[in-house]
Design a protein around this ligand. Sequence first.
Ligand code: AMP
Length: 363
Amino acid sequence: MKADLAILGGGQLAQMLGAAAQTLGITCRALDPSPNACAAETCEMIAGNFDDPAAIARLVGGVDALTFEFENVPTSALLEAEKLGVAVRPNAEALRAASDRLLEKNLFRSIGMRVPPFVPVSTTSELHDAADTIGVPFLLKARSGGYDGRSQAVVRDRADVERAWSSIGYSACIAESMVSLRGEVSVITCRAMTGETRIYPLSANEHRDGILIRSVSPADVTEELAATATAWARALLDRIDYVGVLALELFVTPDGLLANEFAPRVHNTGHATIEASQTSQFENHIRAVLGLPLGSTEPLCHSVMRNFIGNIPRSSRSQTDAGTFVHDYGKIARPGRKLGHITFTGDSPGSVCALESRFVASL
Ligand code: AMP
């Protein structure tokens, strides 16, 4: 079958990209190692490995561009697609920076974004030096391969450093100061090939065990904070000549904003844009990577999004409240796995909270 856009990864993000593409009359083909990948609901699927050149060739046959739905794909897959003459958007540089915490933090610093104090660690002596330089407690974060709080360990005191490092397999890390968090926010952005940039209102995000559980949009933040977040995001997009949706995650601390990380893709904290924005992040990503004009990122209403992690509550299946939208990705349940989400919308934060409270009481 002819497809317009190839996607590396066949999870729920590819599923929602595929759904948005369908509304534009665009077809997507996705590659995933699992034969049961949930993107099959909206995309033509290829089962295969990301490092298999034959699978990449089948994926990109006849498409206009290749994109990806998560950052742990090998850059070799992007290079393989480029070799076959397919445009890769966003570019490999963005993927490289987002999948290596040291490159990412250095990139942030180079464009004037503030970050928590950190040092690179790749030897035992550097690990002990880190305790002197940034003090305890600190976080050890593997430079690559980690997401949703995985590949991280807290170092509470000096006696703990070896245990913490062994728990993440002695991989090359950054040691990062534990900062005092007043909250966490993200800004979802979209940049077109022309450089035109659209920015969604900030979301305020709550995590448990490193996994996003709830996102409120627009976030209740000062104009100054929102202006800093959007200026940083614009600087980042321009620096890496980015095309597509990018999510920038930030810490709100007593001393102001600090940059944590960015995702070179559509993002969990932007799911409410499906119902709560003029154009969803998924549609805007498709538009950007295929060179179509971007849609408006203006909010239509207030929203709260909650993830279903490990199980989908029975009561969500009988939700009939106006303004409540249940998304079941059709995945097999497993502890810690994102299986779906629910979005509550309304014309005020109070009305959204009322819907959410009614749902929570039903659990
Ligand atoms: P990350 O994978 O870096 O996004 O980290 C997952 C979660 O751990 C974040 O969303 C924060 O809640 C928490 N976290 C990460 N880094 C720090 C830090 N330097 N100080 C305090 N909390 C952090």
